[in-house]
Design a protein around this ligand. Structure first.
Ligand code: HEC
Ligand code: HEC
Ligand code: HEC
Ligand code: HEC
Ligand code: HEC
Length: 418
């Protein structure tokens, strides 16, 4: 009998030991934060560059397509490599090659050629020096050819052909975005509702997207085009590349084109267009109590607000202040996606705003308890990353990493409104 018990203890011991070792290994070993898919496992080949084009540089395209160049050069795509936040983050991660395939996607933008992979996950490419490396082109980040050059042809929406370069018709302009704006997430040890940076997946899978909620363009935010609830097709260009009428080249035929703006988290106006915010006094049953609500609605973005890297977040503060502006009491809410990275990748919480679903924060005030209070204030901020992460990776930002997208104030010295 005793012998059997001992044997059981040994087996349990071994299993426990194995489990603990496994978990310890998973906690120490750096985990790959996303799954490498075929879409971006290798850089874009420029092998068949149209011979009629002298250069693949955006400056070359600018010679004929000036306005597109001006717009692109002010967009974040042109800074996808030089962006100081990217550079610091990339170095912090140990400079993996894979990051380049989206931030400098053309083969000529990279010092090394990817000739194969050492591991199954494709995080360790086999590299060889690239004689065609072009340092100037590298600085252009997501340059024109990154989106437009495929198999020696220039992809375009008309497919009209031109003597300047061969053209191939782009069946769906949004396909261009899908390559980089969603990374894979399916893996045995990964439990995510959306893959990381899953902008595309957010549009396809938002619950309630077909419910009876107001159409996106209610505030006129997205211009001529409207997207209604139930439209779960990710139409990125409709909001990120607004329509215009102009020729493609100086003196050319006037066409309906799309401005190359791609405004997002770096542009306060764009975030404000996506966000409906209102601070109101709400009725209460007790004559002494006063109640206030801050309502936040993602009314202008088809994906979550904020979207993109899990670094992005919104904070909402509601404060009770005295006549000198001193804060007597404050509620602070963080709207962000929290992911557990180790020992398994798990979605912990997602408090961001799905489209068209209002979020209400209530703030109660008892004027007898705070006799010096004079007003309730609300402030909503967009953060490109939070202060903790900034410090951890050692990013010394020159541009602010957070900015206001909403501010309002209600004075208490009025009669109660109900
Ligand atoms: C991030 C991807 C991307 C980059 C970078 C990019 N484009 Fe485009 N471009 C597109 C898409 C998508 C369309 C198709 C828009 C549509 O449906 O009309 C387009 C369309 C065009 C058109 C046709 C007119 C139009 O708007 O439909 C021209 C010309 C053009 N791009 C030139 C350029 C030039 C020049 C650059 C660099 C300075 C550039 N593009 C950079 C994605 C890109
Ligand atoms: C020598 C001038 C010239 C250069 C350089 C040039 N293009 Fe063009 N491109 C044209 C002309 C001309 C058209 C046709 C205009 C039209 O049909 O209205 C055109 C059309 C296009 C279109 C629309 C294609 C369609 O029919 O759907 C795109 C996209 C485009 N160019 C992108 C680029 C990119 C990207 C570069 C740089 C790699 C570039 N072009 C360089 C002259 C040029
Ligand atoms: C080759 C990869 C690639 C493609 C294709 C691409 N993007 Fe991007 N995009 C990026 C990268 C990388 C960044 C981030 C650059 C940075 O901040 O360092 C970015 C940033 C953005 C931003 C954020 C701007 C901001 O202010 O932070 C928007 C919006 C955007 N892209 C929209 C689009 C749309 C719409 C398309 C399709 C027409 C598209 N992108 C195609 C790689 C790509
Ligand atoms: C109905 C309009 C709408 C559509 C459709 C839409 N977006 Fe956006 N997008 C916005 C607005 C508004 C913002 C700014 C608020 C925010 O960050 O959510 C934004 C922000 C972004 C950002 C900025 C995130 C960052 O890190 O700075 C990216 C990237 C982006 N969108 C990509 C896409 C892609 C890719 C698609 C298509 C799959 C798409 N969007 C479709 C309206 C839209
Ligand atoms: C599949 C394409 C892809 C890969 C691979 C990729 N990125 Fe990005 N990255 C993007 C896109 C698209 C954006 C902008 C939209 C967003 O926020 O998701 C971005 C944004 C960023 C930003 C925010 C930049 C800013 O200005 O705020 C950082 C930092 C970043 N990436 C770092 C990395 C690092 C480090 C790696 C490698 C571990 C990497 N990226 C790999 C596509 C990619």
């Amino acid at each position: 009998m005793k012998f059997v018990r001992n044997k059981k203890t040994i087996v349990v011991g071994i299993v426990l030991f194995a489990l603990i070792t496994f978990l310890a290994w998973r906690l120490i070993r750096p985990m790959n934060v996303f799954v490498v898919s075929e879409a971006f496992e290798r850089p874009v080949s420029t092998a068949g560059m149209p011979p009629s084009l002298q250069s693949l540089s955006a400056n070359g395209c600018a010679g004929c397509h000036r306005e597109f160049y001006e717009e692109w050069s002010k967009s974040i795509h042109s800074q996808a490599w030089t962006d100081p936040y990217f550079q610091v983050d990339w170095a912090f991660d140990g400079k993996p090659q894979i990051c380049k395939n989206c931030h400098i996607p053309l083969d000529r933008q990279q010092e090394y050629k990817v000739v194969g992979f050492k591991d199954q996950d494709k995080w360790q490419p086999i590299l060889e020096p690239n004689p065609e490396f072009d340092a100037q082109l590298q600085h252009e980040g997501v340059t024109c050819a990154a989106c437009h050059l495929r198999n020696g042809k220039i992809l375009g929406p008309y497919g009209s052909g031109s003597t300047a370069h061969p053209v191939e018709k782009l069946a769906n302009p949004n396909e261009v975005c899908f390559k980089c704006h969603v990374v894979g997430g399916d893996r045995w040890d990964t439990f995510l509702r959306f893959p990381p940076c899953g902008t595309v997946a957010e549009i396809r899978n938002t619950p309630g997207a077909t419910k009876d909620t107001p159409p996106v363009a209610a505030n006129g935010a997205v211009g001529r085009e409207t997207v209604g609830p139930g439209n779960a097709t990710p139409d990125c260009v409709q909001c990120h590349m607004p329509l215009a009428e102009r020729p493609l080249v100086a003196g050319g035929q006037v066409r309906t084109v799309r401005k190359h703006l791609w405004r997002g988290g770096h542009d306060p106006e764009m975030v404000k267009q996506g966000l409906d915010a209102a601070l109101r006094e709400a009725p209460t049953s007790s004559p002494d109590k006063r109640s206030f609500t801050l309502t936040l609605t993602n009314a202008g973005a088809a994906h979550y607000l904020p979207t993109g890297t899990p670094d992005r977040q919104l904070t909402a503060s509601i404060r009770l202040v005295d006549r000198n502006g001193a804060v007597l009491r404050e509620d602070h809410h963080v709207l962000k996606r929290s992911i557990l990275w180790r020992p398994f990748i798990v979605d912990l919480r997602d408090t961001r705003l799905p489209r068209w679903q209002p979020r209400v924060f209530q703030f109660d005030v008892d004027p007898r308890r705070d006799p010096t209070a004079v007003a309730v204030e609300a402030q909503v901020q967009y953060h490109l990353l939070d202060e903790d992460r900034r410090r951890r990776i050692g990013y010394e930002n020159k541009e602010p990493i957070a900015y206001d997208v909403f501010r309002d104030r209600i004075a208490l010295n009025r009669e109660k409104t109900n």
